[in-house]
Write a protein that binds this ligand. Structure first.
Ligand code: SF4
Ligand code: SF4
Length: 470
């Protein structure tokens, strides 16, 4: 009975969230300022990611954005290559490959993405929280400040923090918009009268407000309550997944370190340094939990404690449940192999599609329901429909010529021209001399030229009457 009670107590953390009080109110988390080798590595990685985020929308090549995800106009520019709705297949495959790679990565390395690359964590932990530490001090000072009555010092600190937070939110919102509409359009939204870009201005305000709300107040709630990826961890992780884990075999039974006393307990000195540093307020010693965003702060804290008590580092480390329990090394599971094969196949198809992607796609079909038409001067004509898809930044005027046979082409309507990242449809007649036709079915090769240079040859057939000699 006693053992049962101990087990129930040990598992009691599963019955509640550490960020909610027993009354159901929010428990504000004041994480201790993290420091250590993992934190430094994350800092460097975050700086690279932030530089990428802020600099990319500013880069233009040949007058066009280098990166842009214009979901409104369904126009995407990725590393200078323009993609539109006609590239749906490539974009969809790219997205699926991205999702599979995250699933694979999660199955092997757990929520590494959350701790190292997720914009929410990068901005919150590496930007907003750093400013908070700078203005309000470390966690104990922050707690004290929040509990203290409003006075001049508190008002100045809070106003300073909130105004910097809001300015940063506006900057992030503008950057976010630049990724969507491009830097030129963003400049217009900022500099033109509000009336001219009312929706752009409203979007900027909404984004700024949303970012401020998330980074100043909502914080870890976004990861724990809203993020669907976080919620999927239960199905993505297994006992062989490398997660941030406490080595309970080495650490337990935990207990305070006492001077001049032979230690018969495990290596965990129950200092709770790993708990106070956690931005989601959990105790990693309870095992892998949904709230853990793999920020590595607890590893750094525990390593510092281990250094102080002359014990090896890594009581909390990247490890799988099985490797801790059985003291084994990393194991490749069937699931990892299956995901890897799937990802390799998807990436292979994607690469082939990208390599074979033509800047201008051509389809020429004989008009449905029509066979051939008799024309004056002993000529036979066929009507064709040509669809051109232009995947470049320039408008392209196109000239078509018969390449393998004497005959005429009459374009119906104006000159053939297809706009940038657009699709055009043109009808034209091919006229052949009846006497020169040797069969009912004559192969045709139609050359397509832009600026005097042939960029494609399309093969089709021409239908005519049965020649007299057959
Ligand atoms: S920091 Fe390390 S030693 Fe301290 S409580 Fe956490 S696991 Fe135990
Ligand atoms: S348990 Fe450790 S890694 Fe997970 S969120 Fe807390 S401090 Fe970060």
């Amino acid at each position: 009975m006693k053992n049962e009670n101990i087990l129930i107590e040990a598992d009691s953390f599963r019955d509640h969230l550490d960020i909610v009080t027993d009354e159901g109110k929010r428990k504000v988390i004041y994480p201790k300022k993290p420091k250590g080798r993992f934190h430094n590595a994350r800092m460097i990685f975050s700086i690279i990611l932030l530089a990428f985020l802020f600099i990319m929308p500013l880069i233009k090549i040949g007058g066009h954005s280098f990166m842009m995800f214009n979901i409104i106009e369904r126009k995407f520019i990725i590393f200078g290559q323009v993609f539109g709705t006609h590239d749906f297949f490539i974009l969809a495959l790219g997205f699926i490959s991205f999702v599979v790679s995250i699933v694979l990565f999660t199955a092997v390395f757990g929520r590494v993405f959350c701790g190292w690359a997720c914009p929410q964590t990068v901005f919150l932990e590496m930007v907003f929280r750093k400013i908070e530490y700078l203005i309000e001090g470390d966690y104990l000072r922050q707690k004290l400040l929040d509990k203290s009555p409003w006075n001049v010092k508190k008002i100045i600190k809070k106003l300073l923090k909130w105004s910097i937070f809001f300015s940063l939110s506006v900057l992030i919102a503008n950057t976010f918009l630049a990724w969507i509409v491009g830097i030129d359009e963003l400049r217009n939204i900022i500099t033109d009268p509000v009336k001219q870009h009312l929706w752009g201005f409203i979007a900027m305000l909404l984004f700024s407000g949303a970012f401020y709300f998330v980074f100043a107040w909502f914080r870890e709630y976004a990861c724990i309550y809203v993020c669907p990826y976080g919620r999927l961890q239960g199905v993505l992780l297994d006992r062989n997944t490398t997660v941030i884990a406490y080595d309970y075999v080495r650490g337990e039974p935990r207990g305070k370190l006492r001077k001049n006393e032979e230690r018969l307990l495990g290596d965990c000195v129950d200092c709770k340094e790993c708990v106070v540093v956690c931005p989601t307020g959990i105790d990693i010693r309870n095992g892998t939990q949904l709230e853990c965003v793999n920020c590595t702060a607890c590893i750094d804290s525990c390593d510092t404690v281990m250094d102080k008590i002359n014990k090896p580092r890594g009581l909390i480390r990247f490890a799988s449940e099985n490797s801790i329990k059985d003291r084994t090394k990393f194991k490749v599971t069937g699931r990892v192999v299956a995901y890897s094969i799937l990802l390799t196949v998807l990436t292979g198809i994607l690469v082939i599609l990208l390599i074979t992607r033509n800047p201008i796609d051509v389809t020429i079909l004989r008009a449905p329901g029509m066979i051939f038409q008799e024309q004056p001067d002993n000529k036979i004509s066929n009507l064709y429909t040509m669809k051109l898809t232009n995947k470049t930044f320039e408008d392209v005027p196109v000239i078509i010529k018969l390449e393998n046979i004497d005959g005429d082409i009459k374009v119906i309507g104006n000159e053939i021209k297809v706009g940038s990242n657009d699709v055009s449809e043109t009808k034209f007649l091919v006229l052949l001399d009846k006497n020169k036709m040797k069969a009912m079915n004559t192969p045709l090769e139609i050359g397509l030229y832009k600026n005097g240079e042939k960029f494609s040859t399309y093969k089709t057939t021409f239908l005519g009457p049965l020649p007299n000699n057959q």
